[in-house]
Design a protein around this ligand. Structure first.
Ligand code: BGC
Length: 689
């Protein structure tokens, strides 16, 4: 009997597996088709959304599902159309990772990777809520973040600094706290970029191949945490996954997101990442910014038709419905999902009190045409310069920055520098300490700062993740201020030439050299190499030749190579931090001087050499000349063994492992009893293939 039931269970299990593998990815599951047992807010939101959508015309529904075009056709990064019969003005979707993009009087917050380095839920939550309130008070409805993809699999990936770190659990917890903070502030949060958006190079063409287990255990995992937290929107990415664009990938959007994970919000494409009207069937609910642009053509030097009136989700979607190829139920679901997100975050209560956006991302003028790029429409107020900065934002930024700074090396109790008798002559070295001569590099990606113009301390990376600086405390300014207060003395040298007599003099005659180094990266690119900018390796080595006490402070978007000098005994201490926003210098100097303990932990592993990092791939899709099996895809090779998993699996010693970070506190251990455990944890079977 026991054997019989054993076989019965096996039979049922295999039928289940067979069925599970043949579950169709269509039709797109309808949001709110059953009530949520765990989140009554969604139930109430769906009731309201269904009622709202029930008497709308097809055109009105489509006004919700597509943007108006770009570059000033609306005030925000993305804008949906109005629905006049309902007195509903279009939604404002605005970027994100460091603050409200493209407007003045906002706080530039530390980057998400800095929040990840905190490993501190409350501080992560406060950063998000403070940011969310600034967005809300500028008139934004949809906050285009947080990013929990890229995961950081490719160490040189250009957007790793916009997410929380190379571990799905950390990404998930930090991402979920961030969603909570943003949505508690009354904004729709958008989890992005779904999925495998691991590199900037050829980001609109790259095809990431992934096996099912790695997909779920590494990349989907953090999105599952966001969904559990009630995230109202998710953004499919530019790239393809296993041969299909994310934005029209029924397996990813219909099956994984909306079916398996029970996602109740709406999906919104990354900007011009939609490739077809049938994306609606694949599970895409909103197309942004709404017009059709071939980004591959643009990236290859082609022109950029910003407001061409062609849209996959406008007229083409109307035709799709009228011709019967797109069911009207799908359109109803798209509109209902968007409105459910709106009611869930209580925008119906917030918007009447607060009004529409008070800024235009695309103009600095006070007034201008409503439809800027075509010079049409009434002249309206564009920028009201509303100051949304608060003490809460300032405190949240400072706390994130302090807790992101990570102590990697501290010989001979060099840090903190609080003994004036030991350290009264201080020299500041390294270009990364000083203000950038180009103001436009301190913010808004629209203002044309090229990589070449990055010539000073960075408060954030570049691209859509920027916010406009109102004031920035550079490391130089903060050291200067501290020295003035302490009545000690400071010299500095801005250049990188370590044989310059002035460099030698400045670096020699000091009690300590504070050497600032960094690396910078912007969206749509990846780091070209893993070395420090502005020849900082030479500066460090030069200083070590003439002085025995050199403290190195590195600001970076991810792991960099420290091998040239890390073991040099004259490098007495090393601090490492992701971008810290406008308070960077103050936070670093407060930690250097022990005003606050140092408690950051690395949100990624720092390898010793290039052989241990996952390369950026140049393989793109579709390229019919390359047989599928011949594609040398980096991710597939990485499989499950990403970051510390790789080092453990291959038994490779990293320079500093994920989670590494010391403090100034001293611990005494006594009477330690050690029991050896043979099997530390379950061994993972090798990934398939
Ligand atoms: C980025 C998104 C961003 C969008 C709107 C895209 O290029 O990948 O993260 O939200 O632009 O600016």
């Amino acid at each position: 009997m026991a054997i019989l039931s054993y076989y019965l269970i096996l039979l049922l299990a295999s039928v289940y597996v067979l069925c599970a593998n043949t579950v169709p990815n269509y039709p797109s599951p309808q949001g709110g088709r059953s009530t949520s047992p765990v989140d009554d807010d969604w139930n109430v939101a769906y009731e309201k959304a269904k009622a709202f959508v029930s008497d709308m015309t097809l055109i009105e529904k489509l006004n919700l599902t597509s943007g108006v075009g770009f570059k000033g056709m609306g005030r925000c990064t993305g804008n949906t159309r109005d629905i006049p019969s309902k007195g509903f003005y279009g939604l404002c979707l605005q970027d994100e990772p460091t603050g409200v993009r493209g407007t003045d009087f906002v706080t530039v917050f530390p980057a998400a990777l800095s929040a990840g380095a905190n490993f501190n839920r409350q501080i992560i939550y406060d950063r998000a809520k403070a940011m969310g309130l600034e967005f809300r008070n500028k008139g934004v409805d949809v906050f285009l973040g947080p990013a929990v993809g890229p995961l950081g699999t490719k160490e040189l990936g250009g957007r790793n600094w916009e997410a929380f770190g190379t571990d799905p659990y950390l990404q998930g917890i930090a991402g979920a706290e961030t969603v909570k903070g943003i949505q508690d502030a009354g904004m729709i949060a958008v989890g992005k970029h779904f999925i495998l958006n691991e590199q900037g190079t050829k980001r609109t063409q790259v095809d990431e191949l992934v096996d099912e287990r790695s997909l779920y255990e590494l990349y989907v995992w953090p999105f599952a945490d966001l969904i559990r937290e009630g995230v109202s929107s998710i953004m499919p990415s530019y790239n393809l996954v296993n041969g299909t664009y994310s934005t029209e990938n029924g397996y990813l959007l219909n099956r994984i997101l909306k079916n398996n994970l029970g996602f109740l919000g709406f999906t919104v494409s990354d900007w011009w990442a939609t490739h077809s009207t049938r994306a609606a069937l694949g599970g895409l609910d909103m197309d942004m910014p709404g017009n059709i642009v071939d980004l591959n053509h643009v990236y290859n030097g082609g022109d950029f038709p910003l407001f061409e009136d062609k849209s996959y989700f406008g007229a083409n979607l109307t035709l799709g419905v009228l011709s019967g190829s797109i069911p009207i139920e799908r359109i109803d679901d798209m509109a209902t999902r968007i409105m459910a997100a709106y009611f869930k975050t209580k925008l119906d209560e917030i918007r009447p009190q607060r009004g529409p956006p008070t800024f235009s991302e695309f103009s600095e003028a006070d007034t201008g045409y409503l439809y800027l790029p075509v010079g049409k429409g009434p002249v309206v107020s564009l920028n009201e310069h509303v100051d949304v900065r608060t003490q809460y934002s300032e405190d949240a930024s400072y706390n994130v920055a302090i807790e992101a700074i990570t102590l990697l090396k501290n010989e001979k109790n060099t840090l903190p520098l609080n003994d004036k008798k030991k350290v009264s002559r201080i020299s500041v070295l390294g270009r990364a300490a000083f203000p950038n001569p180009y103001d436009q590099c301190l913010g808004d990606g629209n203002k044309g700062c090229s990589l070449e113009m990055q010539q000073g301390a960075a408060m954030m990376g570049g691209g859509s993740g920027t916010a406009q600086s109102t004031s920035f405390i550079t490391p130089f300014e903060a050291v200067n201020e501290r020295v003035r207060r302490d009545k000690t003395s400071m010299r500095y040298f801005k250049g990188s030439n370590s044989s310059d007599p002035m460099f030698i003099s400045t670096a020699t005659h000091s009690d300590v050299n504070l050497i600032f180094a960094q690396s910078f990266i912007s969206e749509n690119q990846d780091l070209e190499n893993d070395t420090l900018w502005y020849d900082a390796d030479q500066v460090i080595e030069g200083a070590c030749r003439v002085n025995k006490n050199n403290v190195v402070v590195i600001t970076a978007p991810g792991p960099l190579n420290l091998e040239k000098w890390i073991e040099n005994e004259n490098v007495t201490a090393v601090l490492y931090t992701p971008y810290l926003g406008q308070v960077a210098g103050k936070a670093i100097v407060d930690v250097l001087y022990g005003e606050r303990d140092v408690s950051g932990r690395l949100p990624f592993t720092i390898a010793m050499g290039k052989q241990d990092i996952v390369p950026i791939t140049n393989v793109t899709h579709p390229d019919p000349t390359i047989p599928r099996e011949a594609l040398d895809d980096a991710l597939l090779n990485a499989g499950l063994y990403v970051d510390y998993r790789y080092f453990d699996h291959k038994n490779v010693t990293p320079r500093y492992e994920f989670g590494f970070g010391m403090s100034y506190t001293k611990f005494n251990f006594s009477d330690i009893k050690v029991h050896t455990v043979k099997v530390l944890s379950e061994q993972l079977p090798p990934p398939p293939g």
